[in-house]
Each structure stands twice: as C-alpha cells, then as structure tokens.
Design a protein around this ligand. Structure first.
Ligand code: UD1
Ligand code: UDP
Length: 375
C-alpha cells in the first residue's frame, strides 16, 4: 500500500519552499500517493509560484478575500479542510513555516488523525508579538506536529527546549535552497522567465547601485511603513547614484502607504510582485537588499548580498552570525544611517558581501523523503 501524503500551503513563501518537496514526492510515486491542497490564502502571488514550478493543485480552497482578517481566515481554513481530509484520508500531512494556513491546517490535520509533519520547524524569536502572528503560529504548529524538519541545528535546539522529542526532529537544511537550485537550473536550461527579465532589464539603471526593497510584516503596518517609506525617500533623494526597485506586496496595508509616499520619485521604481525566477535575478543584480522578509534573509547569504532587515527580532540568527544580515528595525534615522554606511563604506560593504550557506545544501527534500520512507 502506498503512503498517502497531503501537502498543504497557502502563501507565496510556503509555495516556494514546498514546491521542491512536491516535485520530489512526485518522483517517488511508486511509494507515495501525493496530493497538493492550496488554501489560496494568497491568490495572484501564489499562482505565480505554481506556474513556475508547474504544480497543479488537487484541491484549491480559493479562500483569499480582499484585506482579509485573521479570525475568518483561520475559521475558513479549518472548516474548509474537513471534507478534503475526510475524502482523501492522508497518512501524512505536510505544513510549512508559520502562516495562518500553517497553524490552522495543522489543527485540522490533527483532528483528522493524520500524522502531521512540519517543514521549517523550530524557528523562534521567543517574542509572541514579533513577528505577529507568526511566532504563535509556528509554536502552535510545533506543539501539534508529529515530525519536525528543522532547517538548522539552532532551530532543532529550540524545539528540544520545548520538550519535543529529539527522535521526531530531523535537521534537513532549508528547502528554500532546494528551490533556488531548481530555479537556477530551469532558468538556465529552459530560458524560463526571459520575457519578464527582459522587461526588468529596461527598468534597471545599470549605471547606478541597485537597492532592492521588499516589505509586508503585519507588525510594521501603519507607522512602521510610514517610517520605512520616509527613510527610502530620503535615501533616494540624497543618493542620485543609487536606484531603488521595490516590488510591492499586494496587501492593501502595504500598497497604500508605499504608493502614496514613494510614487513619482525619479530613482525609485515601484513594480508589481515578481515571479520567483525574476526576483532571484533581481537579487543577483542588486548591491544591497532592504527587507522585512523571512525568505529573503535566507536566500541573500547564498547569493552574497548584504541585507538590512527592517525588524527588531529575527528567528534566523544564522545569517546575522554569518555577517550578511543586520537588524535595523523600522526607525527612520537608523534605516538611513545603516544604508548610507553600506553605500559609502566599501570595507564594511565587502565584509558583508561574502558568500555564506547557513541554510543548507539543496538536499533538504531528499532528507525529508528518506525519513518519511522509513516510518
Ligand atoms: C501572509 C502571512 C505572512 C507571510 C506573508 C508572505 C499570515 C497571517 N500572514 O501575510 O506570515 O510572511 O503572507 O507574503 O499568515 N493579497 C492579494 N493577492 C495576493 C496576496 C495577498 O491581493 O496574492 C492581499 C489581499 O487583499 C489579502 C491581503 O493581501 O487579503 C493579506 O493577505 P494575507 O495572506 O492575510 O497577509 P500577508 O500580509 O500577505
Ligand atoms: N519573492 C518573489 N517575488 C517578489 C518578492 C519576493 O518571488 O516580488 C520571493 C522571495 O524570493 C522569497 C519569498 O518570495 O523566496 C519571500 O516571500 P515574502 O517576503 O512574501 O514572505 P516571508 O518569507 O517573509 O514569509
């Protein structure tokens, strides 16, 4: 009898990091029957990823609503999963990371009686309001899940401190590196994404240092984004030798302040979210990345790009220790000061730009599959 797998995800970063696992499980169809369920907590930004990785979901819950709230999203995921879990009766369910999809799907899957596996397990800041609500989401998933695939030894030790049995934890590396490898192969051999990259080449001003910006964290909504945009405006105006490119997240709480405060500045380009390979291409072109993203903090060290993280905490201390990432929070003058230093001080810039690989070797999915095969 084949083992029945249900892989559930809902947002862009979960999709990027679960796609390589879906592809690998599909190769092992003699051992596993694998189905994919998307909550579609994100819509356009999720569909971009599915298209690139050529994944057709078996179940599409299509839940995203404009400016959705945590209460109804959580309830809709739990109740919407009931018929899917009852019909397919998976042996194993895989959830990823720390979104509302992760937390609510782990609860529903536990109710179904399936063994629940957490990919990217054990990341912690130990501050339940930062990031909000992700720290609580991943802690809830951690306490529910039967098996924990931790990207690093630090994340494994966080779980051990919570009295999770060491036998249920496997250190795998982060599947984001598997995704990066997949992407670079597909872009090189299939010329995938050429059209989007050709358009991007017209946006990028090759005579200037490129500063790439992304941001979306809920705890930064409101004043945080006003501070961030005020800083970016001043940086752009005082440094005509740089160009800021900012693919703006579709959350209306991000779109509104960013377009109101930054649209129309000569050396700031606000663009739509990019497909994953186009974003990786742009990271590679950039001089410096300013972000509050979790995934970008993991990708940048392996591309040798310095990152200023607009948060007060990080659950990814490895890149800070490696020297690629500096936490700058959302204080306007701190963002300006740290950015200016990296623009002006080549010694500091060089020390932050060397390649590091704290997040894995691209074989995380293989390790997960071998582990589950032996259960
Ligand atoms: C969510 C996750 C966050 C993750 C982030 C990745 C939660 C609570 N938040 O935050 O952990 O880091 O995704 O990007 O799980 N929207 C669209 N189209 C899209 C995506 C979003 O229009 O493709 C808009 C919608 O109005 C939607 C809103 O953004 O209601 C918010 O989406 P939501 O997933 O609730 O929050 P994010 O800020 O995207
Ligand atoms: N990303 C993308 N297009 C973009 C911006 C980011 O494909 O325009 C990718 C990026 O490479 C990373 C992921 O999206 O893998 C990060 O997603 P996000 O910042 O939304 O979420 P987080 O990682 O903070 O949960």
């Amino acid at each position: 009898m084949k083992k029945k797998n249900l892989i559930i995800f809902g947002t862009r970063p979960e999709a990027i990091k679960m796609a390589p696992l879906v592809k690998q499980f599909q190769k092992h169809h003699d051992v596993f029957e694998t189905r994919v369920c998307i909550t579609a907590q994100h819509r356009e930004m999720l569909d971009q990823v599915l298209e690139f990785f050529e994944i057709t979901p078996d179940y599409d819950m299509n839940l995203m609503k404009p400016n959705q709230n945590l209460y109804t999203l959580t309830a809709d995921i739990i109740t919407g999963l009931k018929p899917i879990l009852e019909e397919f009766k998976p042996d194993f369910v895989y959830v990823h990371g720390d979104t509302t999809t992760t937390m609510a799907s782990s609860i529903a899957s536990f109710y179904s009686g399936a063994k629940v596996c957490h990919v990217e397990a054990g990341l912690r800041t130990f501050n339940k309001r930062s990031p909000f609500p992700e720290e609580v989401n991943r802690s809830v998933a951690g306490s529910i899940c039967d098996y924990h695939f931790s990207p690093t030894t630090t994340s494994k030790s966080n779980l051990l401190k919570e009295n999770i049995s060491g036998e249920s934890i496997l250190v795998t590396g982060n599947t984001v590196i598997d995704a990066l490898h997949f992407s670079s192969k597909k872009v090189t051999y299939d010329n995938y994404g050429d059209d989007e990259i050709t358009i991007l080449k017209e946006v990028v001003d090759a005579s200037k240092k490129l500063v790439l910006v992304t941001g979306h964290r809920r705890e930064n909504h409101g004043q945080g984004f006003i501070n961030i945009c005020t800083a970016l405006k001043e940086i752009a105006e005082t440094n005509p030798n740089i160009q800021i490119i900012y693919p703006v997240h579709l959350n209306p709480n991000v779109q509104k302040p960013v377009y109101e405060l930054l649209d129309g500045i000569n050396n700031v380009k606000l663009i739509s979210p990019l497909s994953y390979p186009a974003f990786v291409w742009l990271m590679n072109q950039s001089y410096l990345i300013i972000t509050d993203s979790g995934g970008v903090q993991e990708e940048a060290p392996s591309l040798g790009k310095p990152v200023l993280v607009m948060r007060d905490t990080t659950e990814r201390p490895e890149a800070v220790e490696a020297g690629t990432v500096i936490l700058v929070g959302t204080n306007t003058s701190r963002i300006i000061k740290e950015t200016q230093e990296l623009i002006d001080n080549s010694k500091k810039y060089d020390s932050m730009s060397s390649l590091h690989n704290p997040y894995g070797d691209g074989k995380a999915c293989e390790r997960i599959i071998e582990f589950v095969s032996n259960l």
